[in-house]
Design a binder for this molecule. Sequence first.
Ligand SMILES: Cc1cc2nc3c(=O)[nH]c(=O)nc-3n(C[C@H](O)[C@H](O)[C@H](O)COP(=O)(O)OP(=O)(O)OC[C@H]3O[C@@H](n4cnc5c(N)ncnc54)[C@H](O)[C@@H]3O)c2cc1C
Length: 426
Amino acid sequence: MTEKFDSVVVGAGPAGIAAAYTMAKAGLSVLVLEKGEKPGTKNMFGGVIFRHHTEKLAPEFWTTAPIERHVVEYQYWFLSKQSHVLLSHRNQKFNGQYNAFTVHRAKFDPWFAKRAEDAGAVIINRTTADNVLKENGKIVGVTTERGDVLADVVIAADGVNSMLAKQAGLRPETPEAATVLAVKEVIALPKQKIEDRFNLGPDEGVAALLVGFGPGMHAGFMYTNRDTLSVGIGVNMKDLDESKRRPNDVLEQFKAHPSIAPLIKDGELKEYSAHLIPEGGYDYVSNVSTDGMLVAGDAAMLVNAINWEGTNLAMTSGILAGETVIRAKKNGGFSSRNLSTYRQQLENSFVLKDLKKYRYIPKFFEANPHFFVEYPDMLNELFYMWHVVDDELKADRIKRMKGYLLKRRSRLSLLKDAYHMWRLFS
Ligand SMILES: Cc1cc2nc3c(=O)[nH]c(=O)nc-3n(C[C@H](O)[C@H](O)[C@H](O)COP(=O)(O)OP(=O)(O)OC[C@H]3O[C@@H](n4cnc5c(N)ncnc54)[C@H](O)[C@@H]3O)c2cc1C
């Protein structure tokens, strides 16, 4: 095939589909290439999609989309070897004003892609874009095993490892320190058991983030689906390399934790998958435009690791990329100057504003892994000391707790950490 489209979008994830939908709806000819058997087969995440951003592309999508549960509770677990401290927020408002939904990407992505198809985009599955096609230094399409595809603008929405962005010289190899390797299991349990164990009503769900296990920058997650749990861990690649641990061992250690094991007990393993997350933040965001090409979503490293948001950044960047192409067409040209307005659109949106706000946090945590291990452990020990009832006078206990705290971290380092956290988040 050698056809010419207004735009060829590579990747049918949230970023690619958002871009394709936006352009097709405006009457542009759009081709989406997806290497998977169908959208979603190559994708995995935690995880939740967010109402606010998904609704921009599909109003009231929860009435027809294959969603699992709407989230009513957010949990933050601080683990120690044999205990946990749990900070949790449950709100009945989330029952009326939905905020986030757990989904399986293998089900949600095809549904989402259908919206772009209905708007007029053509999606070709099982087709990998191998390389960018250049003519006089300008990108004019992509090569595939089925032939070349020509387009005025290529939108690279090909995920975290984006071959296309690298080939176009828009980003370097994915740096280890800015990348987290996540492994996840989908564990089947009867619906009622999930609701009992997590204290949920029908259709209600929990999203949980857990820290404090393992020796380095490890974070765990748990999401309740209809009749499965998504349970996984994310480990910084550099950390993994240095510790010589296997991600699967970290996941097994996590699942065996005495606070986690009862929640997944008697579950049946349905699925095991692994995926990278680009968590480097603002300083690792790629160049997002060049002559004939725009980059969206994970391909441009647009993930907000602090708030565990990715799909919304992907969808928004996809929409903005699509709108940039529409504007360029109206303004009579796809020059790099016209396309470069995309970066400004991203800078003006929450996508880069949020990442900029958190700019120094990823590096701070990388340099201070004690936030992931030592502080959760200390918190658990302090709660334990506080709750044990014996003959010790409370004044002595408080003194002992203070002593414990200062033995683990000096007064100066506690003050410094508190100051840094205040500065980073305020
Ligand atoms: C473990 C984990 C948990 C997460 N949890 C959450 C969460 O709870 N909420 C949230 O919002 N985000 C979460 N994220 C992040 C979120 O999944 C991503 O930010 C989001 O999927 C990015 O969308 P995308 O369209 O840019 O890329 P992707 O979803 O990765 O889609 C890229 C698509 O491109 C295709 N592709 C790649 N290369 C080619 C090629 N050369 N030719 C053709 N097709 C190609 C792939 O098959 C894929 O379909 C999580 C991620 C992980 C790994």
